[in-house]
Write a protein that binds this ligand. Structure first.
Ligand code: SIN
Length: 281
């Protein structure tokens, strides 16, 4: 029997609830396929009341592809593919800016799976934006201007050295990561490898400059694109409850974790699925 998954759409261009899935049990092939199709369509999927362990989270994420091990973030005990984002006033987050995860590598993640583990009493929402909707809303003239342009993405923009000098061990780890992750180039307009939709592919977290332009031209154009991408029209906002799980298509979205919850603490677990080399067609 085919178990059907249903979706409730949350906004015109991004986000849907997934209504009838239990992630503590392995998904059937049919359920997984429906989930993946929902992800391609809605770009971000929200699942509630899913108390999954790090191992279950890894198993789910690994069905989408190979998992990425982050060079800096700590991981769950004995599950190195699950990043632990544990933040409070003394250890503030670095994801309270608009970013697409890990665009500083040649094959940035395709998908991420995020589970809430400890939440502040108030605040700590996450917002996602559809880079497809942002691209679609540009005028033809600007689309033409961006065609064929490449941008540089740099690990050090979100992970600057001065933030990683608290201990010698931390600094050594940062230096190793910085040596391994030199700036890379990606197209400014990215074609989704599966559904072929076009999306803007620059983000404030990691994009440093547009190649072939003067510094001034690059700064002005990037500032315009960063402001354009973050229009509320392209967004969905999630107010977390414990054991929520959110899955997003990292190829065509970006997100912002609101850091408005101090002095409370917030703990999230993330699995990150490697993607392919971005291209424009
Ligand atoms: C992330 O930036 O990947 C995690 C977002 C969050 O903590 O809400």
């Amino acid at each position: 029997m085919k178990e059907s998954i249903t979706f409730t759409v949350l906004s015109p261009c991004i986000g849907a609830y997934v209504n009838n899935v239990d992630l503590s049990r392995p998904l059937s092939d049919s359920q997984f396929e429906q989930l993946y199709h929902g992800l391609l369509r809605y770009q971000v999927l929200f699942l509630q009341k899913q108390p999954i362990t790090p191992i279950q989270q890894r198993t789910l994420a690994a069905r989408f592809g190979d998992l990425y091990i982050h060079p800096l973030y700590p991981h769950a005990e004995e599950v190195k593919e699950i990043i632990v984002i544990d933040t409070d006033q003394d250890n503030p987050p670095d994801n309270d800016n608009w970013h697409t995860d890990v665009t500083f590598i040649d094959t940035p993640p395709a998908i991420a799976v995020l589970a809430s583990k400890l939440l502040p009493e108030k605040g700590g929402d996450t917002l996602w934006v559809s880079n497809i909707a942002a691209y679609d809303a540009l005028s033809e003239k600007i689309k033409q201007l961006l065609q064929g342009l490449k941008a540089e993405h740099d690990f050090k923009k979100s992970f600057p050295e001065y933030k990683y000098c608290r201990t010698e061990k931390e600094h050594k780890r940062w230096k190793k990561a910085a040596e391994k992750n030199l700036p890379v180039q990606h197209p400014v307009i990215r074609t989704h490898p599966v559904n072929k939709r076009k999306a803007l592919f620059v983000n404030e977290g990691f994009t440093t400059r547009l190649l072939g332009l003067t510094i001034k031209e690059s700064d002005v154009l990037l500032d315009f694109l960063f402001a354009h991408i973050n229009k509320p029209e392209f967004q969905v906002r999630w107010r977390w409850q414990k054991n929520d799980v959110v899955i997003w298509d990292n190829r065509v979205t970006q997100h912002y974790a609101n850091a408005d919850y101090y002095p409370d603490r917030r703990i999230m677990h993330r699995a990150t699925v490697l993607g392919d080399v971005p291209f424009e067609s």
